[in-house]
Design a protein. Sequence first.
Length: 115
Amino acid sequence: MKTPNTHMLRWQMYLQDYRGNITIAHESGNIHKSEDGISRWALANTPENLAWVPQEDHHIEGICVTDIGTEFFNQAKKSYNMDKNCHTLFQSLMKDFKEPSLSSKLDEIWKESYD
């Protein structure tokens, strides 16, 4: 590995004790789809870790609060009602069961997600 990122360097340091006893093989994402806790486990970034990287504390310098008026929400609601697919989905969600006549009104790409 040319220049490993911090995460990979930590794993290299962790696994070096087992060198010669294990074989590590890369499984690409399309083949190895299952996730497990071990492959997602990150080593702590503490001084005890040989691959420790000191990080600066970043403090909040300011907070911005925006008040959006009802005009914005009314415009968003209006645009959703004007969209055929959104309007059909809203109608469908208001019912307790899927109604086939509603799904037939959807565009083809929307039908795939609906069914």
